[in-house]
Design a protein around this ligand. Structure first.
Ligand code: DC
Length: 225
């Protein structure tokens, strides 16, 4: 029988990096649910739709085709057949994605898609509402957290390494994460929240290797791999 490991947590906590490494080590597939909201946001920007044109955004969420494929150990994200793996991480998308993801009908559509992507597979699914909404019966639920300061530092360093948004100052990254935190935690639906039965992993002051080890240990106590 297939199982789901749900990993939730705020922006910049390292969910993506940790989920990817753990999945590689344990032979699981990762599904980055933030990428589905980001793809829709790219489509919204491309069509010149404004954030208050809610009906148009909802309509678009039903029309677009999102695919995730594993190519040479890298997950590539496709929007209507176009590779948007890098595009979805750019700053204009960062700034629009949170409001786009607050629309209830958009969330319903994206949750449907996320469940479909996991069907019949052993997956690590990461996002904000996986343990609470998408898979409330997930086999393992982990909530990753870290201080805002540390998350901003990690994201800034990651930008410098990947070259994406390299020109943003540390202060700009800090403010952007702070704003997203506020939006993510105060959404009327699908808000960022630790599920009652999720295990909290505070990553503040820990190395990435320590965090990966701890997450793997939790998973191994719950599922036979
Ligand atoms: O994890 P991320 O930074 O790629 O997520 C991008 C945005 O999508 C984030 O601002 C909140 C939203 N999101 C969400 O509402 N629910 C999820 N399960 C994942 C992401």
């Amino acid at each position: 029988m297939s199982f789901v490991v749900a990993i939730d947590g705020p922006a910049g906590v390292g969910k993506g990096t940790i989920a990817k490494r753990v999945a590689d080590d344990l032979g699981l597939i990762t599904i980055d649910t933030g990428a589905t909201y980001r793809c829709l946001t790219v489509a919204v920007i491309d069509r010149g739709i404004k954030l208050d044109e809610t009906d148009k955004i909802i309509e678009l969420s039903k029309e677009i085709k999102i695919d995730m494929t594993l190519e040479e150990k890298e997950t590539k994200i496709y929007l209507n057949g176009r590779d948007v793996t890098k595009r979805i991480r750019e700053d204009d998308v960062n700034n629009f994605v949170s409001p786009v993801s607050t629309i209830r009908e958009v969330r319903e559509e994206m949750v449907r898609l996320q469940r479909k992507l996991a069907e019949g597979k052993n997956v690590i699914m990461e996002g904000r509402d996986i343990g609470t909404v998408v898979f409330p019966d997930a086999t393992v639920k982990i909530f990753l957290d870290a201080s805002l300061k540390e998350r901003a530092e990690r994201r800034y360093n990651q930008n410098q390494e990947t070259g994406i948004d390299k020109d943003l100052s540390y202060e700009e990254v800090y403010e952007s994460i702070k704003a997203r935190d506020y939006n993510d935690r105060n959404k009327p639906v699908g808000a960022l929240k630790q599920a009652d039965d999720a295990i909290l992993v505070d990553t503040t002051g820990k190395t990435i290797e320590e965090n990966i080890k701890q997450v793997e240990k939790i998973i191994k106590t719950r599922v036979n791999l």
